[in-house]
Write a protein that binds this ligand. Structure first.
Ligand code: DGJ
Length: 739
C-alpha cells in the first residue's frame, strides 16, 4: 500500500508545484489513498477505504514527510469504532453513523437514510497561496451527491470549507440538516472557549473542558443573530488555550443568521466539530437539479497557541475577506451619543465645525434624520420612511452634505434598512413586507419589526434606500448599517415553504449587499447591530468595519477588544471615544486608538487641554495607523488576570511597533511592577522608545538608557516597563528601529 501511496504523493507534489493558477486537475483515487488538505503549518488528511468510504485520518501539524500521515492511526490505541464511519468528513443520518450527523435528508421516495461514498476528487490552484480541493461523494443507492470543498490559504494557515448538495431524484428531497463542515480531531482532552453576551455586554468568554456528549453553540434569533452568542469559538487540544503555546483551533461559521456548531466528544475521546446554518425550524426542500450551497466554515489551526492563530486569522481577514482590508480607514465624529434623535440643521452645522476642529476625516449623521408622517424623534416611529424629516432638515440631507463638502469634511449617514416601525408609512403601505405571523399579535424588539428580505420586492426596496442616498448625494462617503431587532413570529407572506425563511432571509440580505457592492464597490460601510449583534466573516465581505458594542466605556472596551482581537483585526474594529466611563480623555482615546479611531462626544464641551490632546492624538494616530491597521498584533499582558493590560502591534518589516498599556485595577499600588516582555520584534535590530499621546507639557516617566537604544532581543527576553500606575493609567509607547 505504501508504494501505491508514494505514487499518489508524487502526483500531489507535482500537482501543487506544477499546476498553473486556475487549472483544475481531476482524478479518481483507489482505496487506501490519501487526500491531504494542507496549509503551511496544518493538515487535515482524508483517506478512502476499501468500501469507498472517506475518513479523516489525521488533523494536526503539517508533517514534512507525507508518509507519516497514514502512520498516525497505527499509533492509536483508542476504543473501537463499530460503525466504521465515526471519523467521516461529512457524517450522514439514517444509515451506519451513530453520532451527530452533518447531513440528514428524506429522499423523494420517503426513505430517511443517506450513505455517502467517495467518487473522485480534484484540486485547483486558485492562486500561489490558495489551493482548493473538491471531494465528490455519492449515495450508492440514490441519485444524491455531496461535494466537499476545502479552500486552503497556505501562508495564512486558514481553511474554508463548505458543502454543495445536488440531487436528481424523482422529486424534492427534504434536507433536515445541512452542515458546512464536519471536522474530526484525535485527542483526549479538549477545551472550548466560547462567548456569550447581550447588548453592551458582548464577547463574554467562557472556557470549559469538553465533556462527553454534545455541546452546541447556536442562535435562533434570525437577524441580530449573534446578540447572545457570536459564531466564533476556539478549541484547544491537550490543555486549556494559551497565548504562545499549545495546539488550538479558532473557528467560525461565515453566516449572518442562525447557525449551529456541535462539538461532540465521542466514545473514542475524539472530537467532531459540525458547523453550519442552524437547521432549527429550517428544513429545506431541494428540487432535482438545484444546487444547495452551504455557507463556509473557516478555521485556523496553530501549534503555537492563540497568538499565532489569531495573527494568521487576522492576516487572512485583511487580505481576503474584509472589504478593503489592506487599505486605510476614515477617522470620524459621530453625533449619536451627543444629540440622540434631537438635532436640526443648525446643530449639525455646528458639529461639522467640530469635526473640522478635531481634525478627523468624516462626520457621521446617526439615527433620527428621517420620517415625516411619523417623525423619527425616538425609536417608536419612522423606521422605514427614508425621507429626510422636513422639520429637522428643511433643506434635506443634501444641504448638510453641501455644507460638509464646503468645509472639506466627508459625510456619512446611518441607516437601518432591514427594519420597520409599525408606526411608519412603509408599514401602512406594505404590511405584507413584514415578517409576522398572521394569526398572532405582533411582538416587538426595540419597537420594530423585521422586513421580509426573502421577498425580491423588499430586496429592491432595501437596495433602493442605499442607491437613492448615493444618487442624491454623490459625495456620500460612509454608511453605518444598523440592525436592531431579532425575528419574532417568523412568517413570510412571500414564501411558500415557511421553514426556508431563516435561510432565505440571509440569502436575500447578501443579494442586496452584492448589488450595493457591484455599484458602490469601495465606499466604507460599518456593520452595526445595536452593538455587536451581527459580526461574522460572511457579512464582512461587504463591510470595511464593525461596531463591537454600544458599550464604549474604555475599561469595558479593553476586555471587549481583547476578546474580539482573537478573531478580527484591529482595522475592522470601530472604536469611538464617548462619554461612557469616567476615565480621563487620554485613557479613552488611547483605548480607541487600538483599532479604527472615532469620536462621539460633544466636542464643544471639552476643556481646552482635552481638545488639544484629542487634536494631537488624531495627528499621532495618522502616524501610527499603518502599524495598527496592517501590522501583527501581540497580546502581551491580559487584563483578565493582571492589574494592567498590554497589547502591541508590529509592522511587517519589524521596523516600527506601538505598545498600548492600561491600568485595569484601582487597588492600592496597582501597576506594572515588572518589565513587560515584548513580542514580534527583530531580535537583532535596535529600537528607540518614545512615549506618545501625552498631555501638552506632561513628561514621560519611562526609564530610558542614555542612548535610548534597546536590542529586540533585550526587549523580548527581559522586557521594558511602560510604568503604568494610578498616575499614568494609560501609556502608549512607539518603538522605532534604528538599524
Ligand atoms: C444602535 C447603534 O449601536 C448605535 O450606535 C446607534 O446607531 C443607535 N442604534 C441608533 O438608533
Amino acid at each position: 500500500m505504501l508504494s501505491q501511496y508514494c505514487k499518489i504523493r508524487f502526483i500531489w507534489r507535482n500537482i501543487l508545484f506544477i499546476l498553473p493558477v486556475s487549472v483544475v486537475m481531476s482524478y479518481t483515487v483507489a482505496s487506501g489513498q490519501v487526500i491531504p488538505i494542507e496549509t503551511k503549518n496544518s493538515a487535515m488528511v482524508l483517506t478512502v477505504d476499501k468500501g469507498h468510504l472517506l475518513h479523516v485520518s489525521y488533523f494536526g501539524k503539517k508533517l514534512e514527510d507525507k508518509n507519516d500521515y497514514i502512520q498516525f492511526k497505527q499509533q492509536l490505541q483508542q476504543a473501537g469504532d463499530p460503525s466504521g464511519v465515526s471519523n467521516a468528513p461529512y457524517s450522514t443520518a439514517g444509515s451506519r453513523n451513530l453520532f451527530e450527523p452533518a447531513i440528514s435528508v428524506i429522499h423523494a421516495d420517503g426513505n430517511t437514510s443517506l450513505a455517502l461514498q467517495y467518487v473522485s476528487s480534484s484540486i485547483k490552484k486558485v492562486s500561489d497561496d490558495i489551493v482548493e480541493t473538491s471531494v465528490q461523494l455519492k449515495d450508492p443507492v440514490y441519485d444524491f451527491k455531496v461535494t466537499l470543498i476545502y479552500r486552503a490559504y497556505q501562508t495564512e494557515n486558514v481553511v474554508e470549507q463548505w458543502a454543495e448538495i445536488l440531487q436528481n431524484e424523482q422529486g424534492d428531497v427534504r434536507l433536515n440538516k445541512f452542515a458546512s463542515a464536519n471536522l474530526y480531531w484525535y485527542g483526549r482532552d479538549f477545551w472550548l472557549k466560547q462567548y456569550h453576551g447581550d447588548w453592551a455586554r458582548e464577547m463574554q468568554p467562557e472556557v470549559t473542558k469538553l465533556s462527553h456528549g454534545i455541546k452546541t453553540l447556536d442562535t435562533k434569533l434570525g437577524t441580530r443573530a449573534d446578540l447572545f452568542q457570536p459564531p466564533i469559538f476556539m478549541v484547544s487540544n491537550g490543555k486549556a488555550p494559551e497565548e504562545d503555546q499549545g495546539e488550538v483551533m479558532l473557528g467560525s461559521i461565515e453566516w449572518s443568521g442562525n447557525y449551529r456548531i456541535d462539538l461532540e466528544l465521542d466514545n473514542q475521546n475524539n472530537l467532531r466539530v459540525i458547523a453550519g446554518m442552524n437547521n432549527f425550524a429550517d428544513a429545506y426542500e431541494l428540487a432535482p437539479g438545484k444546487l444547495f450551497k452551504t455557507p463556509r466554515f473557516l478555521y485556523t489551526l496553530s501549534q503555537k497557541g492563540t497568538g499565532k492563530a489569531s495573527r494568521d486569522l487576522q492576516a487572512w481577514a485583511r487580505k481576503y475577506r474584509i472589504l478593503d482590508g489592506q487599505g486605510s480607514r476614515l477617522t470620524l465624529l459621530n453625533n449619536w451619543e451627543t444629540t440622540n434623535f434631537n438635532f436640526n440643521e443648525e446643530k449639525l452645522k455646528a458639529i461639522l465645525g467640530d469635526t473640522k476642529k478635531l481634525g478627523v476625516d468624516l462626520f457621521l449623521l446617526d439615527d433620527g434624520w428621517f420620517g415625516n408622517k411619523y417623525p423619527r424623534n425616538d425609536d417608536h416611529a419612522g423606521l422605514g420612511d427614508w425621507q429626510a424629516n422636513k422639520k429637522k432638515l428643511p433643506n434635506g440631507i443634501q444641504a448638510v452634505v453641501k455644507q460638509a463638502d464646503q468645509m472639506g469634511v466627508k459625510f456619512g449617514i446611518w441607516i437601518e434598512p432591514e427594519m420597520v416601525n409599525p408606526k411608519s408609512e412603509l408599514y401602512e403601505n406594505h404590511p405584507d413586507w413584514v415578517i409576522k405571523q398572521p394569526n398572532r399579535p405582533e411582538y416587538y424588539f426595540r419597537n420594530q419589526l423585521v422586513l421580509d428580505l426573502s421577498n425580491p420586492k423588499v430586496q429592491d426596496f432595501v437596495f433602493g434606500i442605499v442607491d437613492s442616498l448615493f444618487i442624491k448625494n454623490p459625495t456620500l462617503a460612509y454608511i453605518k448599517w444598523d440592525c436592531n431587532a431579532v425575528i419574532y413570529n417568523a412568517y413570510s407572506a412571500h414564501l411558500k415553504n415557511q421553514s426556508e425563511l431563516y435561510v432565505e432571509y440571509v440569502r436575500g440580505l447578501y443579494k442586496v449587499l452584492e448589488r450595493i457592492r457591484a455599484k458602490y464597490p469601495k465606499v466604507p460601510m460599518m456593520l452595526c447591530s445595536g452593538g455587536g449583534g451581527r459580526v461574522d466573516y460572511a457579512a464582512l465581505k461587504y463591510f470595511t468595519e464593525f461596531w463591537p458594542s454600544d458599550n464604549t466605556d474604555p475599561l469595558e472596551r479593553i476586555y471587549l477588544q481583547w476578546e474580539y482581537s482573537y478573531f478580527y483585526p484591529a482595522i475592522a474594529s470601530a472604536n469611538h471615544v464617548t462619554n461612557w466611563g469616567s476615565q480621563p480623555i487620554k485613557y479613552k482615546v488611547d483605548v480607541a486608538m487600538m483599532g479604527k479611531l472615532g469620536f462621539d462626544i460633544p466636542v464643544s464641551k471639552l476643556k481646552p487641554e482635552e481638545l488639544t490632546f484629542c487634536k494631537d492624538a488624531v495627528k499621532q494616530y495618522d502616524q501610527l495607523s499603518d502599524v495598527i491597521w496592517h501590522g501583527d498584533q501581540y497580546r502581551l499582558v491580559s487584563p483578565w488576570n493582571h492589574d494592567f493590560a498590554s497589547i502591541m502591534y508590529v509592522n511587517t518589516d519589524k521596523s516600527k511597533a506601538v505598545m498600548f498599556s492600561y491600568l485595569v485595577s484601582n487597588r492600592y499600588d496597582a501597576g506594572s511592577e515588572l518589565p513587560v516582555k515584548l513580542k514580534g520584534l527583530d531580535a537583532h535590530k535596535h529600537y528607540k522608545i518614545e512615549e506618545v499621546n501625552l498631555y501638552k507639557g506632561a513628561k514621560s516617566k519611562i526609564k530610558l538608557n542614555k542612548e535610548n537604544s534597546y536590542s529586540g532581543s533585550f526587549l523580548m527576553e527581559v522586557g521594558f516597563n511602560p510604568v503604568v500606575n494610578a498616575g499614568r493609567s494609560s501609556v502608549v509607547l512607539v518603538l522605532t528601529a534604528t538599524d
